[in-house]
Design a protein around this ligand. Structure first.
Ligand code: SF4
Ligand code: SF4
Length: 474
């Protein structure tokens, strides 16, 4: 075991200010160096997968319905091809609570891995907009030079090209965002039709585009360091055992520049500051673990590993580890706490999986049958008894269907609709009706009997409902 490590002398004063705001309160514009390395490549592939899912999402169909549509305006929600009606909101609420619990537990153990690998803000900023910027303006040093340069043709075409692509990508994100709210069909209609017929939709598109452009072209890393509520909650969710991107000060300190022909007695950190230059939030990870601005993007791990290769030292001076391990000078190992939390997370994922399974396999048609208030029973000359019922049927699918009602139990019962020949269930709609159920007296043994009504469409039983059937005392 290493001797117990001591923190660098920089103390905690770095926590008093934000790296992107200077002493006078002015914005410090960051020019992070282009990252590269194994983790960056892995993140690129994760990002490509997630971006494909995000952009394809509104166009994918399940049960002839969008995979995801969250129309908050009309309070119409479709998840995994299932329509959620107001009476289903407890399911959404449960799902939302499970999601929040998952995020909290996950953050307690694995820190901000979500921020670095999955968060849409990081993915768009680092993997889309920043890469467009590198394409037009080059790496950090060229960007800085261009920023200071006069407005020559070189600067004009680079800046115009970059911002034009930024606006186009923002427009694409805005359209996708809108498609998740109003549905892809409605979006296509807005695009194809005369703008005058869709002024509301068109203005939302312009506003969303403007917001996305402002966020990714101007506000940038400040979304994570100033605005994001998840980022602000790190202080209460993280502890010394949380896995974060951390600098091993026990191994790195005392830091000292590398000099030729010098017998080196210092730590492994050669103070090259590459980890600072590559950081998209402008912090120095060597100041201490769990800095609020660190989004765990792993860029500093990659760059420090490449420096360690150059000076023939092992990787991992900056790595995924817990503050407790770094402090104790022990190597990273999976602790009982990590295992226990992971087990709870797995249980949570299984529970959510079961819930999703139940949702997907639940009935697409719901019926409610109630005896008409104030009515008892009627005896007929045919030796039967009738009861009057009200029925409402909700269709959660995108298909209209004619429906018919039958008595499933007891046998020999029949149904007669009042005032209409048949019921037609509209797509994503509801139909109501009134009907008589008629049973032979011989089938009625009590004054209150059980009856099962089946709802059929195309000869197929699609749902059924139990209720009571009243009869005279035998
Ligand atoms: S990149 Fe590594 S060696 Fe260079 S300053 Fe950062 S921690 Fe030290
Ligand atoms: S400190 Fe490292 S992991 Fe954290 S944001 Fe900066 S580069 Fe990314």
């Amino acid at each position: 075991m290493n001797p117990v490590a001591t923190k660098p002398a920089a103390a905690e004063s770095f926590r008093d200010s934000i790296s992107t705001i200077d002493a006078e309160g002015k914005r410090v514009w960051l020019f992070p160096k282009k990252p590269s390395g194994k983790l960056y490549n892995a993140r690129k592939w994760v990002s490509y997968g997630l971006l494909t899912l995000l952009f394809a999402g509104p166009w994918l169909r399940l049960n002839e319905l969008p995979v995801l549509m969250l129309n908050v305006v009309e309070r119409k929600f479709i998840i995994m091809g299932q329509i959620f009606w107001p009476q289903d909101f407890f399911i959404l609420l449960l799902g939302f609570m499970a999601f929040i619990l998952f995020i909290i537990l996950f953050t307690v153990v694995y820190g901000r891995i979500f921020c670095g690998w999955v968060c849409p803000q990081t993915i768009f900023m680092e993997m889309v907009f920043r890469r467009v910027e590198y394409f037009f303006e080059g790496d950090a040093s060229q960007q800085k030079a261009l920023d200071k340069a006069d407005w020559t043709w070189n600067k004009i075409w680079r800046r115009t090209g970059k911002h034009s692509v930024f606006v186009l990508i923002s427009l694409l994100i805005a359209n996708t965002f809108l498609a998740y709210i109003i549905g892809s069909e409605a979006l296509v209609k807005i695009i194809a039709d005369s703008p005058l017929n869709h002024l509301g939709g068109l203005s939302s598109m312009v506003v969303f585009t403007g917001v996305f452009y402002a966020v990714f072209a101007r506000f940038r890393e400040q979304v994570c360091t100033i605005a994001c509520p998840y980022g602000r909650l790190q202080g209460v969710m993280l502890d010394k055992n949380t896995i974060t991107v951390a600098y091993d000060y026990g191994r790195g300190e005392p830091r000292e520049k590398l000099r030729k022909n010098q017998e080196r007695k210092a730590g492994d950190c050669i103070d090259c500051k590459q980890c600072v230059q590559v950081c998209p939030t402008g912090i120095d990870i060597r100041n201490g673990a769990q800095q609020m601005e660190c989004i765990n993007c792993t860029a500093c791990i990659d760059v420090c590993n490449s420096i360690m290769d150059l000076i023939n030292k092992p990787h991992g001076l900056i790595r995924y580890d817990s503050e407790a391990h770094i402090e104790a000078g022990t190597k990273f190992k999976v602790t009982g706490r990590t295992k226990a939390y992971t087990a709870v997370l797995v249980v949570l994922v299984v529970l959510v999986g079961v819930m999703v399974g139940l949702l997907i396999t639940r009935s697409n048609v719901d019926a409610t049958v109630l005896r008409t208030p104030g009515q008892l029973y009627q005896k007929t000359e045919r030796g039967t008894v009738t009861n009057l019922y009200n029925i409402s049927v909700i269709n959660k699918t995108n298909r209209a269907m004619p429906i018919e009602l039958r008595v499933l139990e007891p046998a020999d019962g029949s149904v007669k609709l009042v005032g209409q020949n048949g019921l037609k269930l509209p797509a994503q709609g509801m139909v109501e009706g009134v009907f008589f159920a008629e049973l032979p007296t011989a089938a009625l043994t009590h004054t209150s009997n059980k009856i099962r009504i089946g709802v059929y469409s195309g000869g197929q039983l699609i749902t059924e409902e139990k209720t009571k059937f009243l009869a005279p005392a035998q």
